[in-house]
Design a protein. Structure first.
Length: 161
């Protein structure tokens, strides 16, 4: 949980995700709780729907062990993590590209991506949602579900065609 300490018209918040204290003016406080950059809702999608869309896109490319972690009450960094893994670097990249395309179609451009070239662990930042597409060995080794266990694991039900 956030620890708060009022200080004039500025509040100091502790972000447990980053381990940093953040000084925020009162009017920016609520915005910071939802993310550092104000996010526009596009086509009526909220962060949960956005994370579900990313999970569905991963599922369409045969992503495995798809998991959604709700971090809204845990971190100021993002609302959701979407985790999935692929069996080869080529599949990891294909899943990541497909997620990027699907979210771009919904009006959510990719802000930053890391690891696409290597295809072992691709981290995609969409603001409200951060997607981790990992090779199965990296997924097992880093075990992000355990690392972010204070977040709420949201069940993902695969859409059957």
């Amino acid at each position: 949980m956030d620890r708060e300490r009022p200080q004039g018209s500025t509040r100091i918040l502790f972000d447990p995700g980053s381990g940093r204290w953040l000084a925020l003016a009162d009017e920016l406080r609520e915005t910071a709780r939802r993310g550092f950059i104000p996010r526009e809702e596009s086509k009526g999608l909220n962060s949960h729907e956005m994370s579900t869309l990313a999970a569905q896109a991963a599922d369409e490319k045969k992503g495995q062990a798809i998991a959604l972690i709700d971090l809204q009450s845990v971190s100021l960094m993002t609302d959701y993590f979407v985790l999935c893994n692929g069996q080869t670097p080529v599949q990891v990249r294909a899943i990541a590209h497909h997620i990027e395309d699907k979210l771009a179609e919904a009006g959510y451009p990719l802000r930053r991506v890391e690891g696409m070239q290597e295809g072992r662990w691709v981290l995609m930042d969409f603001g409200a949602v951060i997607v981790h597409v990992m090779h199965e060995h990296e997924r097992e080794f880093y075990n992000l579900e355990r690392l972010w266990s204070q977040g709420r694991l949201v069940p993902y039900q695969a859409v059957t065609a």
